[in-house]
Design a binder for this molecule. Structure first.
Ligand code: ZN
Length: 259
């Protein structure tokens, strides 16, 4: 039979490939044993959390405010907005986040990503973000990171938002555009500022790169954390002024107040 002939010809090669892949993985695991992304305890597989961190992680799930992505206590139906979203609507259209930032391992993940030069964290975290933001990504034309000011980037050598955005774009199958949005103002730290002060501090901080073809496009902005929304609003405003049709936001973690 010709079919079985084909099968016996191909199968050993495929099996050999699998064997090599398994051996390679085993060798890598021996060199770099899998650890929890948040607390570095030993785990069974790469790119995940240990059981304790998994339980402590405050994942944001539906039902949530369609606009702000903040969780609701009760499910009152699809497309509902929180009082906060109605009273003080953000510049961006919709925000989606993997988890709450205030407590639990999310804060540690953000901190590790930002300060320990751990680019390899971005891939698994970006995959979570793509899942949390699946509905906004489905409508998107491009994924754009919230940029750092060149001076800050030079000092830190790593923009965590760009690393996350690249992973989100890859998983979501959308173009990653790191050069469309620029940070033109070296803003002071937002820590300790009031909501109003933060908004003033971020005014004019972003500009769309000359010639960036964003007119009429639906953009997904990516950042690591959403706190007051001042940064995301300023970035979204710059994109909308340059002609973007819509700006949504996907972050790893967000602060949830009054919910
Ligand atoms: Zn852990």
């Amino acid at each position: 039979m010709s079919f079985s002939g084909v099968r016996t010809e191909v199968a050993p090669r495929a099996r050999l490939r699998d064997l090599f892949a398994t051996a390679r993985r085993a060798a890598l695991d021996a060199l770099y044993p899998p650890t929890c992304l948040a607390c570095r305890a030993a785990t069974g597989a790469h790119g995940g959390l240990c059981p304790a961190c998994w339980r402590a992680m405050r994942f944001i799930e539906r039902p949530f405010c369609d606009r702000l992505g903040t969780p609701f206590e009760q499910d009152l139906g699809e497309g509902l907005l929180s009082p906060q979203a109605i009273a003080d609507p953000p510049v961006f259209r919709r925000a989606r986040a993997v988890a709450r930032f205030e407590d639990g391992p999310a804060r540690r993940l953000v901190h590790r990503l930002k300060y320990s030069d751990r680019g390899d964290l971005a891939q698994p975290l970006g995959a979570w973000m793509a899942r949390a933001g699946a509905d906004v990504l489905a409508d998107a034309d491009a994924v754009v990171p919230v940029p750092l000011h060149p001076l800050r980037l030079w000092k830190r050598r790593f923009n965590q938002a760009a690393a996350l955005a690249q992973a989100v774009a890859k998983v979501g199958g959308k173009p990653f555009e790191a050069r469309w949005l620029m940070r033109v103002k070296a803003t002071r730290s937002q820590v300790g500022l009031t909501r109003e002060q933060r908004a003033v501090n971020m005014q004019g901080a972003f500009r769309v790169a000359p010639g960036a073809p964003i007119s009429g496009l639906r953009i997904v902005l990516v950042d690591d954390v959403l706190t007051s929304g001042a940064t995301a609003n300023a970035a979204a405003r710059a994109l909308l002024r340059a002609g973007a049709a819509d700006v949504d936001l996907v972050v790893l973690a967000r602060v949830v107040t009054g919910a």
